[in-house]
Design a protein around this ligand. Structure first.
Ligand SMILES: Cc1cc2nc3c(=O)[nH]c(=O)nc-3n(C[C@H](O)[C@H](O)[C@H](O)COP(=O)(O)OP(=O)(O)OC[C@H]3O[C@@H](n4cnc5c(N)ncnc54)[C@H](O)[C@@H]3O)c2cc1C
Length: 389
């Protein structure tokens, strides 16, 4: 069976690896001139790392990743701990796979390196899809076209494949804007920051940071409400002074991190409401193309990786009826992806509460039955997406 994957992001690359392993003839078509990711971090939780490890990627992941020892959630001004849950060994033991922090480029490179180079076609921007009963033709901007038995749109939040299947619909600006910075370790050595996933919560904003690249850089993302910036570019530079001013009254560690940014990038966070449908005939969607979410559960890429594993299992189980396999894929994956879209939006409210009774109730709940404790996070981390029953 020939499978054409549109998009060589984390979702498309990992799906290609799962489908190859399942015995399919897979090709990836990426619009950019090379496979790359921007200079930022990404957290990969056990529900996704387990699937990548099964692809034989553990040595490369261990070499590139950082192993956080805890998740530490704190108050924005006095730094009081709201929740500190173990990660590291206890999480690996409980869920059978480690929690990793990566530089995005390292993760994209290790996925791409595991694919035969001749199966990845760069400078192929999908422009059109034509479906017939027994095949699909994908046409690209460079004039070429390809026939496949299945086409998977893994082409991100502004997916052309989604547009071709279901018509135009703009992604939704959520009102949240983020400044991000990648800080060389030596610039923040004096702050003595633990190897953990840190999240500072305050009125109308939160700040997440963690080490990447074997501890050579600290990845920092400062999220704020009421942004009037609507550009979604990962490469748009922001003004350091604006970020500093926004977090002026926050804890010295937060201000120390922002002050150490060599430069800052600003971007607007978009999402979509759950789509009514992901597939039509022999074409389906995967990752941000069908379930973009706010990054406040750190699950967008993890869910894309899960999609690829589930899709490979289902196509393998039902090779004679591709449309039925794709419908089943959607039936199985959609409720979980929707739950995570909703949980991510709920965290926006939860992380950004103004000081007052609701914030006090949140802090109390975090202290007593933290959502990141091993007992409470099992629903997310134990899930095995390749097991499609
Ligand atoms: C600030 C922030 C922090 C995040 N942190 C985390 C985290 O810690 N953990 C986590 O799991 N997720 C996280 N996410 C979410 C995660 O980044 C995304 O969900 C994930 O990258 C989506 O992968 P994807 O492959 O579906 O799409 P993308 O990464 O968008 O890849 C799509 C690819 O398709 C290509 N493409 C687009 N159009 C076409 C076309 N017409 N033809 C051919 N190719 C095309 C693009 O060039 C791109 O390479 C975060 C997101 C943000 C914004």
């Amino acid at each position: 069976m020939r499978v054409a994957i549109i998009g060589g992001g984390i979702g498309g690359l990992s799906a290609a690896l799962h489908l190859l392993k399942a015995g399919f003839d897979v090709e990836v078509y990426e619009q950019a001139p090379r496979i790359t990711e921007i200079g930022a971090g990404i957290q990969i939780s056990p529900n996704a790392s387990r699937l990548l490890i099964r692809l034989g990627l553990k040595p490369a992941m261990d070499a590139a990743g950082v192993f956080p020892q805890a998740v530490h959630q704190r108050r924005w001004d006095d730094g009081r701990t709201l929740q500190r849950a173990p990660v590291g060994e206890p999480v690996e033991k409980a869920f059978g796979a480690p929690y990793y922090h990566f530089h995005r480029a390292d993760l994209a490179n290790l996925l791409a390196a595991a694919l035969p180079a001749e199966r990845v076609h760069v400078e192929h921007r999908l422009v059109d899809l034509v479906q017939e009963r027994d095949r699909v033709t994908a046409r690209f901007e460079n004039g070429s076209s390809v026939e496949a038995d299945v086409v998977v749109g893994a082409d991100g939040i502004h997916s052309r494949a989604r547009h071709l299947l279901f018509g135009p619909e703009k992604a939704r600006f959520t009102g949240c804007v983020a400044w991000r910075g990648l800080v060389p370790a030596e610039r923040v050595a004096a702050l003595g920051i633990e190897v953990a996933s840190h999240n500072w919560m305050g009125p109308d904003g939160h700040v997440v940071h963690y080490w990447v690249s074997a501890g050579r850089f600290m990845n920092v993302v400062c999220v704020t409400e009421h942004g009037d910036w609507t550009s979604e570019s990962w490469t748009e530079k922001g003004k350091l002074a604006d970020a500093m001013a926004r977090y002026e009254r926050w804890h010295p560690t937060v201000r120390g991190l922002i002050a150490a940014f060599p430069e800052t990038y600003i971007w607007a966070l978009h999402d979509r409401l759950p789509l009514p449908q992901w597939s039509e005939g022999r074409v389906t969607l995967l990752g941000d193309a069908c379930h973009p979410m706010l990054p406040f559960m750190a699950q967008g890429a993890a869910q894309a990786i899960e999609d690829g594993a589930a899709l490979a299992s289902l196509l393998k189980a039902m090779p004679d009826d591709v449309p039925a396999a794709l419908r089943r894929y959607e039936e199985i994956r959609k409720p979980r992806a929707t739950r995570l879209q909703q949980a991510s939006s709920a965290n926006r409210t939860r992380f950004h509460l103004p000081d007052g009774p609701e914030q006090q109730a949140r802090d109390q709940a975090m202290a007593t039955s933290g959502d990141r404790s091993i007992a409470n996070i099992g629903w997310l981390y134990l899930h095995d997406a390749s097991d499609v029953g």
